[in-house]
Design a protein. Structure first.
Length: 276
């Protein structure tokens, strides 16, 4: 199997299981309806594990542009192959989204909530605040790349690595994913979002393109910084890219904090009146 085909198939498997579990939980009259966030995070963790099991021996199973770019940033992957991998991941994610659509055909009409329909395909924030949402995606993907490099630095029983990676995804989802739905993967969000825009989903509403840049830019920045941070602190390689990314990340963090602090809040006396 070629590396292109492997990344396409691996990412398709990721979305079939990941988007599938969201569909089961949020779509009307599904037997898993209302199962909750814990089921979704476990489903996504197992989705990643299955994708890695399927194609790890053929392409390394990046199945995520943020991983591909992050590894390339520290010399663990060839830059020349990045466009090939990212293209395959995008196509695979799109196909996976289409398959999930067909799996839940009777449920789209029954589901009136347009946001729930979109959630099967892509992420959206619990509280819409662009700077802070960007930070959440950066933090989640920073932890993802650090975790992958931690896992790679240890030896496990043959065949166990994909399950450990899946556990990492579950941990990120449970601990950090509540803010934005933890895309932590540009292809995972953009590919199915395009599928949502193109598919004839009854009563689907818009595809929220105004938000779509955040689960692309955030994971890429977080992935690069996670990789160079690991190289700097654990391997002593304080590259120029590490310092540049540190400045960029610090600026975004400060901008997000400043933006939140400047927002209008209900005065304390009004809160007391409401309590009374």
């Amino acid at each position: 199997m070629s590396e292109f085909a492997a990344e396409l198939i691996g990412t398709m498997i990721l979305i079939i299981f990941g988007g599938g579990v969201v569909g089961g939980v949020v779509l009307k009259d599904s037997k898993a309806e209302g199962a909750g966030w814990v089921v979704i995070t476990i489903g996504w963790g197992l989705a990643v594990a299955m994708g890695v099991y399927a194609v790890g021996n053929f392409s390394g199973a990046h199945i995520n542009p943020a991983v591909t770019i992050g590894f390339a940033a520290i010399g663990e992957f060839e830059w020349a192959k990045v466009p090939l991998y990212v293209t395959a991941q995008m196509i695979g994610a799109f196909i996976g989204g289409v398959i999930v659509f067909f799996n839940y055909l009777p449920h789209w009409k029954k589901t009136k909530d347009q946001g729930a329909k979109l959630a099967v395909f892509s992420t959206d924030p619990a509280v819409r605040s662009p700077f802070s949402n960007l930070v959440s995606e950066m933090v989640g993907t920073f932890v993802l790349l650090m975790g992958l490099l931690f896992i790679g630095a240890n030896e496990f029983t043959d065949g166990l690595n994909p399950l450990i990676v899946g556990a990492l995804i579950i941990a990120i989802g449970m601990s950090l994913g509540g803010a934005t739905g933890y895309a932590i993967n540009p292809a995972r969000d953009l590919g199915p979002r395009i599928a949502h825009a193109l598919l004839p989903i009854p009563g689907k509403g818009g595809s929220d393109w105004g938000y779509a840049w955040i689960p692309i830019v955030g994971p890429i920045l977080g992935g690069i910084y996670g990789a160079v941070f690991y190289n700097a602190l654990f391997l002593g390689n304080f590259s120029a890219l590490f310092w540049v990314m540190s400045i960029i990340v610090a600026g975004i963090l400060l901008g997000a904090a400043s933006s939140e602090l400047k927002k209008d809040h209900t005065p304390a006396d009004q809160i007391e009146e409401k309590v009374v």
